[in-house]
Design a protein around this ligand. Structure first.
Ligand SMILES: Cc1cc2nc3c(=O)[nH]c(=O)nc-3n(C[C@H](O)[C@H](O)[C@H](O)COP(=O)(O)OP(=O)(O)OC[C@H]3O[C@@H](n4cnc5c(N)ncnc54)[C@H](O)[C@@H]3O)c2cc1C
Length: 422
């Protein structure tokens, strides 16, 4: 063991080439593992590439909370951004019951402490990941805005945010210049108020980040194999990955297939209550939105608007449905209505996208070693925060694999917390 290469001479098989998989793969390689990453898509289209780009270190409170439950009626689609399709009742009802239990005040408080500790390390971990992959220019640390369109919603929203714990982030009222800038970008509405967060940030080009992480992995001797895992099987306490009917071995198997992760565990009898929390975006390739403008959340519409290098993206919706159910075009239409109502500099109809946040009922990720297979590590369930948490998760996975002490207490993220994983 030299130069911190704790995993020299070992093999790692990473299942899933989203951001969690790529960050885990490059980090495992960094400490010496011989890494193979399996990803079915030549150009992945998952949530890692369709998200809002926001490094949301302020969101330390898990969404499994009594406040979230109480807000459900007011947030239902089409009035709001929450969709519980009747046709998908059998998918979301068992999840909703578990989420209700996870929202009990004591569990919410413990979840907040756990998430706060992880999010406090998120930005430093991104700095390290960007440094290693030569992508410092993609990491922007200039905060984000939350804006409101009525005096009443501005007063209520501002008061609520100022009373909410936000970890290592900061918040202040937007200056008059900042308010004028947002108003200019949304000329069809009136901007009644806005706040600006500090410490949060953005990845300005997700495609470039993916390309850099993949290139780094390959340049340092790793392999990216275009294939889908059929499932994970277990012999004794050793896991193997079945790919095209053949069983593949590795000293470390890392499961980070996003919302598909729970299905891959079924062959070994593991039941993890993971749901696809589907979100939608539309993107305009051309836009006059300034390239250096931080993301703006139009909170009355539950919509976040982000300028990427590739265009302007408007994202929203939380739709609880089966991962592979067809998308609902009404969601894209609603985004177009919001864009029009605000008057954003956006070429409609825009490129539509839908993808799934991988979410567990307590809204904490599963990061930890399997109790049933000694060589299997879980890294999925990052819900609304997978971009924010990808780099710190990669580091956590490397610590678990090498046996080094992690920077953050990972006990709250132990996948065994779901009591029915027998
Ligand atoms: C609309 C929207 C906006 C969001 N905005 C933000 C944001 O601003 N900030 C933030 O932090 N987070 C945000 N998120 C959440 C974030 O995008 C996700 O938590 C994160 O992308 C999850 O990453 P992942 O790598 O676990 O999953 P994915 O990105 O889904 O990657 C999983 C990968 O596994 C692969 N895979 C699937 N099946 C198999 C198989 N059988 N074998 C091998 N590989 C397989 C898939 O092809 C995919 O590439 C947003 C999500 C959505 C939907």
């Amino acid at each position: 063991m030299k130069n911190g290469k704790h995993l020299a001479g070992t093999t790692a098989l990473v299942v899933g080439g989203g951001l969690i998989g790529l960050c885990a793969a490059t980090r495992l390689q960094h400490i010496g593992a011989d890494v193979t990453l399996i990803e079915p898509e030549e150009k992945p289209k998952g949530a890692s590439w369709g998200n809002a780009g926001h490094l949301a270190i302020e969101q330390i409170q898990p969404l499994a909370s009594l406040a979230t439950i109480r807000s459900v009626p007011a947030r239902l689609f089409p009035r709001g951004a929450l969709a519980l399709p009747a046709s998908q009742l059998r998918t979301w009802a068992p999840f909703a019951l578990r989420m209700l239990r996870a929202s009990a005040p004591a569990r919410f408080a413990a979840g907040t402490a756990a998430l706060a500790a992880l999010l406090a390390e998120a930005m430093p971990a991104w700095r390290r990941a960007c440094e290693t992959s030569g992508t410092n220019d993609l990491l922007r640390e200039d905060g984000h805005f939350v804006a409101w369109e009525t005096a009443a919603s501005a007063a209520q929203g501002r008061a609520q945010w100022l009373a909410t714990p936000i970890g290592t982030a900061t918040v202040r009222d937007a200056t008059s210049d900042e308010l004028a800038m947002i108003a200019q970008l949304a000329p069809q509405t009136s901007i009644a108020g806005a706040i600006r967060f500090g410490g949060s940030g953005q990845i300005s080009n997700l495609d470039a980040l993916a390309a850099a992480l993949r290139a780094l992995l390959v340049a340092r001797g790793g392999t990216i194999r275009q294939a889908a895992a059929d499932g994970i099987v277990r012999t004794g306490n050793i896991a193997q990955v079945r790919i095209n009917g053949a069983l593949c071995n590795a000293d470390h198997i890392i499961l980070c297939a996003g919302a598909a992760s729970a299905d891959l565990l079924r062959p070994m009898g593991e039941r993890i209550p993971l749901i696809a929390e589907r979100g939608y975006h539309i993107q305009s390739a051309a836009s006059d939105w300034p390239p250096d403008m931080p993301p703006v959340a139009f909170e009355d519409r539950s919509m976040i608007v982000t300028r990427f290098a590739g265009g302007l993206r408007a994202a929203s919706f939380v739709e609880f449905a089966a991962r592979q159910a067809p998308p609902d075009p009404a969601k894209w239409d609603r985004l177009r209505q919001h864009v029009t109502a605000l008057g954003l500099p956006f070429d409609l109809p825009g490129e539509p996208w839908m993808g799934a946040r991988p979410t567990l009922p307590d809204y904490l990720p599963a990061i930890g070693r399997s109790r049933r297979a000694a060589n299997l590590i879980y890294a999925f369930g990052h819900q609304h925060l997978g971009l924010t948490l990808a780099a710190v998760t990669g580091e956590a996975v490397a610590s678990i694999a090498s046996g080094d002490a992690p920077a953050v207490n990972l006990a709250p993220f132990d996948p065994a917390r779901f009591g029915d994983t027998t």
